[in-house]
Ligand binder design. Structure first.
Ligand code: ARG
Length: 458
């Protein structure tokens, strides 16, 4: 492609280190779409004849059909997807193919292709996350009244409902989707026409190519357009945060599925057995989601470090932008799908969860609150009185609401029989009606609002 200037061809090592076709062949659809938009514009602007443009467009269609059928051939001499397509086009169309690269460079070409690819990855992540939200909301609706221990420090804290707990992840995923949407909005400008770095003297129409490719507008600075990859870094940061949330959900599933907890039975379809211990059902998919989060964050770090010292405009280091993005996108798609299946198909043991909430003195705060409300005791003192009650219950090996009234009045004479209404786990969650709280009625409202937002039928 640059034979005019060179006496010798590249060494084998140069060929190998230079070739990006092994991975950037994934961009073939975007590359051909970009070329179609470009050649149509060149013809409309009278830069290329209608006849040549038609031949080029037809050749590109033929190549697309070939790649669809047979895959993209990998020839290191052709370096990358852009040269691979152009070389095949030359075979098909002859010298007219050489007119396609008028007013264009691989620098604006790859920036355009890559934006298109990342945009699609964002759209796919968003669709997957919407499915995960639907699964969360469906299960939360089923379990708006199911009581479980809520934890801080992984110590039983206060009773919550399983529906409330699941809806916490709905909120996290909502923000993940909004991060992807933000990244998409910033990404959606078209670099095509920035050419190598300085723009072009040909009378191109950048609005036309941008519009044809679904971009909102052309990029405003040609140097910036060919030399920044912040759209890819944005995507990877959004993917990292999303993976981090998925990893926390996965971790909870792993803990809940363990025998001492026994809160959930994971679906067989997302578990594996042990080759030596017949009783085992291992949460491998959840563990891999947890592991993949590390790799996805690694991908984000990798691209950020690739970019951090580069002068404007394009440098070949930037060819290394694609592997981490492709890797992260694949891992994220799998992670979203695995967690969606896990949420949809796991069997929650609500009796076991309830029992754990009852045995963990989860309603101690309710006793303290009752003393404040009904006996007008300052909270700090109420906290102390309640501590004594917990200590006694622990000695007796019973739940707080199974202490006798005599036991309780012996601790503090201001306690009376009405207290038992406040000490059950049901009373505890029902009382937490503050906005965003765990009361079943609040959870049902959250679920209804989410169903509406997701367009789930009643
Ligand atoms: N394969 C290259 C990449 O992915 C395409 C751009 C090449 N541009 C250049 N000036 N060598 O970055």
């Amino acid at each position: 492609m640059w034979g005019g200037r060179f006496a010798d061809g590249p060494s084998a090592i140069m060929r190998e280190i230079n070739a990006s076709i092994p991975f950037d062949k994934a961009l073939w659809r975007q590359d051909i779409a970009g070329s179609q938009a470009h050649v149509a514009m060149l013809a409309a602007q009278g830069i290329v004849s209608a006849e040549d443009a038609a031949a080029i467009a037809e050749g590109l269609d033929t190549i697309a059909a070939e790649y669809e059928r047979d895959g993209v051939p990998e020839d290191w001499d052709l370096e990358d997807i852009h040269m691979t397509v152009e070389s095949r086009l030359t075979e098909l169309v002859g010298p007219a193919a050489g007119r396609l690269h008028t007013a264009r460079s691989r620098n604006d070409q790859v920036a355009t292709d890559f934006r298109l690819w990342v945009r699609q990855a964002i759209d796919e992540a968003d669709a997957g996350l919407a499915s995960l939200q639907r699964a969360l909301v469906a299960r939360a609706g089923e379990h708006a009244d199911s009581i479980m221990p809520g934890f801080t420090h992984l110590q039983t804290a206060q009773p919550v409902t399983l529906g409330h707990h699941l809806m916490a992840y709905y909120e996290m995923v909502l923000r993940d989707r909004s991060r992807f949407a933000d990244a998409r909005a910033r990404l959606n400008e078209c670099p095509l026409g920035s050419a190598a770095l300085a723009g072009t003297g040909f009378p191109i129409d950048r609005d036309a190519t941008g519009e044809a490719l679904g971009f909102d507008r052309p990029t405003a600075n040609s140097l910036d357009a060919v030399s920044d990859r912040d759209f890819a870094v944005d995507y990877l940061f959004a993917a990292s945060q999303c993976a981090l949330h998925l990893s926390r959900l996965a971790e909870e599933m792993i803990v809940w599925a363990s025998q001492p907890f026994g809160f959930v039975r994971l679906p067989d379809t997302l578990s594996t057995g042990s080759s030596i211990m017949p009783q085992k059902k291992n949460p491998d998919a959840a563990e891999l989601v947890r592991g993949h989060a590390g790799r996805i964050i690694g991908c984000a770090t990798s691209l950020a470090i690739t970019m951090k010292g580069l002068p404007l405009a394009y440098s070949k280091d930037m060819q290394d932008d694609k592997p981490p993005v492709f890797e992260a996108a694949g891992l994220l798609a799998l992670s979203i799908a695995a967690m969606t299946g896990m949420v949809a198909d796991s069997a929650f043991d609500t009796a076991r969860m309830r029992q754990a909430a009852e045995l963990g003195y989860a309603t101690a705060t309710d006793l303290a609150d009752w003393l404040v409300r009904e006996a007008d005791i300052p909270f700090r003192e109420a906290h102390h009185v309640t501590g004594a009650a917990v200590k006694l219950a622990e000695q007796r090996g019973v739940a707080l609401d199974k202490l006798s009234l005599d036991d309780l009045t012996a601790i503090d004479e201001r306690i009376d029989a009405r207290v038992f209404d406040a000490l059950s786990v049901d009373a505890s969650v029902a009382a937490r009606t503050s906005y965003g709280g765990t009361a079943p009625e609040r959870v049902r409202e959250q679920v209804a609002a989410a169903r509406e937002a997701l367009g789930m039928e009643e």
